[in-house]
Ligand binder design. Structure first.
Ligand SMILES: Cc1ncc(COP(=O)(O)O)c(C=O)c1O
Length: 371
């Protein structure tokens, strides 16, 4: 089976640890275990027996996650190695060659590459820059067919940070109902809304919704590699069956920490930290942009650790990020990696002591280019 390169992750794999100022991440600057656990909990980890555990995730952790969605129990949850495995295995479970699948674009392109590798007809519908990144619902309806098996969204969205309005979510559900399609909603940025209120989940609106999420972004714990799939039991069973072939289980330490940090009060505390960190960095980023008036168009994100900007400079986005990296040791994500040339995605969730100097160095290249 052929699979196209996943440009964003490939470039991050190559470069994010080789630069001084990594501005390519979309989550919140990672926390340490000491910041999220009590001392006695850290000690307890030392005594945990390192078995495989329950391969679909401990019942306690699955119950804890299920409680965040209406009408679900532990049988509706599979614990995965990150939300990456979650997305991949849902697509593997549901998609047959020749199926029509509608995909919100721009998006985290794992879904696009995986759909095409499994032989689906991946058909985009756009978030529109001229509508503050609201979806083009006419395009969605026009491209929907009786063969549409799945509609894939990312809400809050990577890379724009946009959040669907409730009526747009309802329209997407109405469209899915017409062909009995599933909705795969990647909600990993839920919990980092700047407004302070979690946006609705598709699981609250549609019985054939499947949600992928995890601890990597809003919860600032990507190194734990804990993600999950929440959805109808038959789909969850199908993904567990595939999990037997891929990773078997997730780590016992990761599951232990996840069970602790997903206690409602602790989760709320971590999310409140994430939101205030993001608000401060967004303010710093906006101030930086104002030094380059006329060079950028910017619709501020409503959630997540990313700022997606259109730029007006005589250079393509891959070449521009290459210049930032090789000349200034600053690494940002190219719009090309999302199929959107002349855009850049800056990670604003990183530490302010990385973001500030990284942006100042990027300014030098931007000025050389006339911006
Ligand atoms: C929308 C989205 N889904 C999934 C992932 C992968 O997340 P994880 O690190 O939990 O595998 C990312 C990472 O950037 C993402 O942006």
């Amino acid at each position: 089976m052929k699979i196209e390169p996943f440009a964003l992750e490939r470039n991050q794999s190559l470069y994010e640890n080789t630069v001084r100022f990594n501005l390519s991440d979309s989550g919140v600057h990672p926390l340490s275990l000491r910041q999220v656990l009590a001392q006695d909990e850290c000690e307890e980890i030392l005594s945990l027996s390192q078995g495989y555990g329950q391969t679909n995730g401990s019942p306690e952790l699955r119950r804890r996650i299920a409680a965040y969605y209406s009408g679900l129990d532990e049988h509706n949850i599979l614990i995965t190695n990150g939300s990456a495995e979650a997305n991949f295995s849902v697509i593997w479970t549901l998609v047959e060659p020749g199926d029509d699948v509608l995909v919100m674009l721009p998006n985290y392109m794992l879904v696009w590459g995986a759909l095409r590798a499994f032989g689906a007809n991946a058909i985009g519908f756009q978030l529109r820059e001229d509508r503050n990144w609201a979806p083009d619902l006419d395009e969605l309806r026009d491209r929907h067919t009786p063969k549409t098996k799945l509609i894939v969204v990312c809400n809050p969205n990577n890379p724009t940070g946009a959040i669907l309005e409730r009526d747009a979510m309802e329209e997407i559900v109405a469209c899915a109902r017409k062909s009995g399609a599933y909705i795969l909603s990647d909600e990993i940025y839920r919990g980092s809304e700047f407004s302070g209120t979690d946006c609705p989940s598709f699981l609250d609106l549609y019985e054939k919704a499947i949600v992928c999420s995890g601890l990597s972004k809003s919860m600032a714990l990507p190194g734990l590699r804990i993600g999950w799939i929440a959805g109808p039991r038959d789909v969850i069973d199908g993904t567990w069956h595939r999990h037997d072939y891929t990773t078997i289980s997730t780590s016992i330490i990761g599951q232990y920490v996840a069970t602790k940090v997903l206690e409602p009060r602790r989760r709320a505390k971590i999310l409140s930290h994430s939101r205030s960190h993001l608000r401060q960095n967004l303010a710093m980023f906006s101030q930086w942009l104002s030094q380059h008036s006329g060079t950028f168009d910017f619709t501020p994100p409503k959630a997540g650790g990313m700022a997606f900007v259109r730029y007006h400079l005589p250079i393509g986005s891959t070449a521009l990020v290459e210049r930032f990296r090789t000349e200034r040791s600053v690494f940002a994500a190219a719009g090309d990696w999302f199929g959107m040339d002349h855009f850049l995605r800056f990670g604003i969730g990183t530490d302010a002591n990385i973001l500030r100097p990284g942006l100042e160095l990027a300014s030098q290249t931007i000025r050389e280019l006339g911006g």
